[in-house]
Design a protein around this ligand. Structure first.
Ligand SMILES: Cc1cc2nc3c(=O)[nH]c(=O)nc-3n(C[C@H](O)[C@H](O)[C@H](O)COP(=O)(O)OP(=O)(O)OC[C@H]3O[C@@H](n4cnc5c(N)ncnc54)[C@H](O)[C@@H]3O)c2cc1C
Length: 378
């Protein structure tokens, strides 16, 4: 049996949270081991819709989202590779059967502005002149010029490659089955018996994080869910903003974005069955069809496009839809960052930088109280 791999920090889970944390921890000069069951970025971080949007989040989350936004904008230079981040704007719209949402949009924009997110509320002729492809049922839009979308398949691997170039050790095909604190070190055992040791452990295992936390006597109810995605054939690039609906109805919660190659990526909140233990989730055709009904309301020009691929991915949801982020108050040296509840892709680089800062310096200016692991009891 080979000797345990020792580092300052071990990270379990190579999605965008773990990969970006590894990258930023190296920038603080700490040695890092990133451990991933499968390949980096193959789960939620690689299967998501790709929205890099700040609006629609709780106002108190904007400092973290702003931090992430700054990293997305410089990702190409920072990582030395292209993650297809396109700052083409993000717009939330509401339908005319819910006019009360316009007031809610305006209210949100006022509060968001105080946190540094500039939103422009567009209605009537101004809205139609800017976005003539919007359907007649669309009443108003809240437009953020400084947001957009990126390619999920590229992002986490790009962070991992940059982390490796900066000196991190990344172990793919390495599922951690045993985790314990022995003396000052965490000892982690992979399913093939390899051992990893570090005085600090960061758990970024997404929908699977509960299994690791349980080994430290911590109980988090994480519900796995699988939003349904699809993509159309390519058509000439014409729709700049990534678009989503502001609505309280899950069935109406649909969104789409056009990539520069021309395909329209479509997503929605209707969930498909997911089986995290088997690393499987399944598309329900009826969800795709229902999403398309509402996509047509948003942009009738898309009505006749053919869907060429459908997929889902498994994400962990907490009961209050907020992530768990911060140090464990039970086990010194144990840190958590998981449960991003369907909205963690945009936050990813900001989470990685914040967790690295917290681990390396013991503090961060980003407000983490709403995400405290303690809010679920011990
Ligand atoms: C279909 C879909 C659409 C979404 N759309 C968006 C969007 O448009 N915008 C947005 O902001 N967010 C979106 N999200 C949410 C976003 O994708 C997630 O919040 C984010 O990717 C979570 O990243 P993560 O690193 O925490 O988790 P993951 O990417 O799931 O990574 C966790 C990793 O941990 C590994 N792991 C688990 N257990 C172990 C173990 N025991 N040992 C070693 N490794 C382990 C897993 O294999 C996995 O790779 C979407 C999610 C899904 C599923």
């Amino acid at each position: 049996m080979s000797a345990p791999v020792q580092s300052d920090v071990a990270i379990i889970g190579g999605g965008i949270m773990g990969a970006s944390a590894a990258f930023f921890l190296r920038r603080h000069g700490l040695s890092v081991t990133l451990l991933e069951t499968d390949k980096v970025g193959r789960q939620a971080s690689g299967t998501n819709f790709g929205n890099v949007r700040r609006q629609g989040r709780p106002i108190f989350q904007l400092p973290l989202a702003n931090r992430a936004s700054r990293i997305w904008r410089t990702a190409r230079e920072l990582l030395g590779s292209d993650v297809e981040y396109l700052q083409s704007g993000h717009m939330r719209v509401c339908f005319s059967d819910r006019p009360e949402n316009v007031g809610a949009m305006e209210d949100y924009a006022t509060k968001a502005r105080e946190e540094g997110l500039d939103l422009e509320i567009l209605t009537g002729n101004t809205l139609r002149a800017r976005f003539p492809w919007l359907g007649p049922e669309v009443l108003a839009g809240s437009h953020s010029a400084m947001d957009g979308h990126a390619n999920p398949r590229l992002a986490a691997p790009a962070f991992a490659r940059a982390a490796i170039a900066a000196g991190a050790q990344v172990f793919e095909d390495t599922r951690i089955t045993g985790a314990a604190k022995i003396g000052d070190d965490f000892e982690l055992e992979a399913d093939d018996g390899r051992l990893f040791r570090a005085p600090v452990l960061l758990v970024t295992a997404g929908a699977w994080a509960g299994k690791i936390a349980t080994q430290f006597g911590e109980d988090f109810a994480i519900t796995p869910r699988a939003p349904t995605m699809s993509v159309t054939e390519p058509v000439p690039y014409a729709i700049e903003p990534s678009l989503g609906v502001m609505t309280a109805l899950e069935v109406e919660t649909v969104y789409f974005r056009q990539v520069e190659r021309g395909n329209i990526v479509i997503g929605g909140s209707t969930r498909a069955p997911s089986y995290p233990d088997e690393y499987r989730s399944y598309v329900l055709p009826e969800s795709t069809m229902t999403q398309f009904e509402h996509i047509r309301r948003l942009a009738p020009v898309l009505a006749n496009l053919s869907i060429i691929r459908v997929w889902t991915g498994i994400e962990g949801y907490m009961d209050d839809s907020l992530p768990v982020m911060g140090p464990s108050s039970n086990v010194p040296g144990l840190y958590h960052a998981f449960g991003f509840s369907g909205a963690g892709f945009q936050l990813g680089p900001g989470v990685g930088e914040t967790m690295a800062e917290l681990i390396a310096t013991g503090a961060t200016d980003i407000p983490l109280a709403p995400y405290s692991p303690d809010r679920f009891g011990k």
